[in-house]
Write a protein that binds this ligand. Structure first.
Ligand code: GRF
Length: 211
C-alpha cells in the first residue's frame, strides 16, 4: 500500500503538524507529510517545517487580488506536491468549497473539545477551554472530524476524553488536551492511510480490527 501524501494546513505554532510529521517519520503513520501550507506568515509551523525538512508555502487570501487566483494557487501547490489528503491543524480559515470538492472525504480537522459541544465560529484557542470551564463540564477532549462547509462540523472520525479537574485553568486544560491531540491525530490519519475509513449517511465507519 502506497503511503498517503498529506498536506497539513496550519496557521499557528504547529505542534500537531510536528506530531504528524514525527509519526510519519517513525512509521506510526503510513504517510508522507509532503507539504505545509501556512495560513499566516507568522505561523510557528513554518520554522518547524524547515527543521523537519517538510516543504512549506505561505498562502492566504489577502495575497491575491481575486478569489479565483487564491484557489488556483492552493490547488496548484497541492498538485505540485502530489498531495492526496489535507489535514487541518490549527488552521484559522475556512477551507474553500472548491478544495473540499477536489479532495472528497479527504480533509480532516482536529478540534480541542468533544464536538458538537464547544465548537463553531469563534471557538478556538483558550476560548474553547474557558467555555468548557464556565459551563462546568466534567470531561472535555479532542475530536478529529471530516471537514464540511461549516466551522468544526462534519462526520466524526475519532474522539478522546480527558477529565476536567477542579482547579483547572484554560491553560492547564489546553495542555492536557494537546497531549491527547498529538496521539489522536496520527492515529486517526493512520485509519485513512490504511484505507479503513468509509462514510455512510454522514457517519464514519471504521473497518478492520476494533481499536
Ligand atoms: C489545537 O488545539 C487544535 O486542536 C486546534 O488548534 C490548535 C493548534 O495547535 N484546531 P498547534 O498549532 O497544532 O500547536
Amino acid at each position: 500500500m502506497k503511503k498517503l501524501r498529506i498536506a497539513v494546513f496550519a496557521s499557528g505554532r504547529g505542534s500537531n503538524f510536528g506530531a504528524l510529521a514525527r509519526a510519519a517519520e517513525e512509521n506510526r503513520l503510513h504517510a508522507e507529510i509532503c507539504l505545509l501550507i501556512a495560513g499566516s506568515p507568522d505561523a510557528g509551523a513554518i520554522s518547524l517545517a524547515d527543521d523537519l525538512a517538510v516543504p512549506s508555502r505561505v498562502i492566504f487570501r489577502r495575497q491575491f487580488t481575486n478569489r479565483q487566483d487564491y484557489i488556483r494557487a492552493l490547488i496548484t501547490v497541492l498538485k505540485e506536491h502530489d498531495a492526496r489528503f489535507i489535514a487541518l491543524a490549527g488552521y484559522m480559515k475556512k477551507v474553500p468549497p472548491e478544495l473540499l470538492k477536489a479532495f472528497p472525504q479527504a480533509v480532516t480537522n482536529i478540534h480541542p473539545a468533544l464536538l458538537p459541544s464547544f465548537g463553531g465560529k469563534g471557538m478556538y484557542g483558550s476560548r474553547v477551554h474557558q467555555a468548557v470551564l464556565d459551563y462546568g463540564a466534567k470531561v472535555s477532549g479532542a475530536t478529529v472530524h471530516l471537514v464540511d462547509a461549516h466551522y468544526d462540523h462534519g462526520p466524526v472520525v475519532a474522539q478522546r476524553c480527558v477529565p476536567v479537574k477542579s482547579g483547572d485553568t484554560a491553560a492547564s486544560l489546553a495542555e492536557r488536551i494537546l497531549n491527547v491531540e498529538h496521539q489522536l491525530y496520527p492515529e486517526a490519519l493512520e485509519l485513512f492511510a490504511r484505507g479503513r475509513i468509509s462514510v455512510r449517511k454522514n457517519i464514519v465507519e471504521i473497518s478492520g480490527p476494533e481499536r
